[in-house]
Ligand binder design. Structure first.
Ligand SMILES: C=C(O[C@@H]1C=C(C(=O)O)C=C[C@H]1O)C(=O)O
Length: 187
């Protein structure tokens, strides 16, 4: 199955050069959170955490994703898109790309997760290495914005990050977009 997105990319900046002054109070701690976001969301949702698998299938990465993943032009990935919710309220839209050449050995099980959070597997694997994280402000028309907001007209901006992970030396890229209902007061 193929998925089509706007290919206009937001301005992704590395963690260290990101201008945090622009970020609303209460959003920065989500963007900078260094551990498993799944675990952090579970804690914040106090027993109401849910993960909904939106789609999984073959796709072509966006140009900047391809470069981060070190893939050749025309290469394909397994694309997994999920929503992480508190009850029925979506808090985070996550899009993970696993290049075909990463789908050997340990990374294979990442394709069999269904509604089990990827973070649980990733953060319990001793071969996992966390690489670069980039942040961006996304607006309507940017790639991923429509998928994350399900086309909701009322949403004008989203904050997001993407992190390169390695599992047994093989790369995968996780995009996480924080949706308007995520709590912005630190518990
Ligand atoms: C990378 C993590 O995994 C989370 C779970 C995901 C999934 O199940 O597809 C995707 C992205 C993350 O938000 C994490 O918990 O930090």
């Amino acid at each position: 199955m193929k998925y089509f997105y706007s290919r206009r990319e937001p301005n992704w900046s590395p963690w260290c050069r990101f201008r945090y002054q622009q970020v609303p109070v209460g959003m920065a701690h989500w963007l900078r959170y260094p551990g498993s976001l799944t675990a952090r969301l579970k804690q914040a949702a106090q027993g109401n955490f849910r993960l909904r698998l939106l789609r999984q299938g073959w796709a072509r990465p966006l140009e900047s994703e391809r470069r981060l993943l070190g893939m050749r032009r025309g290469g394909v990935v397994i694309l997994r898109e999920v929503e992480m919710l508190c009850g029925d309220v979506p808090w985070v839209f996550a899009r993970t790309l696993i290049p075909v050449h990463s789908l050997r050995g340990r990374a294979r099980r990442l394709t069999l997760l269904e509604e089990r959070p990827l973070g649980e597997v990733l953060f319990s694997d001793p071969t996992m290495r966390r690489g670069v994280t980039q942040m961006a402000q996304l607006r309507p028309g940017h790639s991923l914005f429509a998928s994350a907001t399900c086309g909701l007209q009322s949403v004008q901006t989203l904050w997001g990050r993407r992190t390169l992970y390695h599992l047994a030396g093989k790369p995968l890229l996780v995009n996480e977009l924080f949706l308007p209902d995520i709590p912005t007061s630190r518990p």
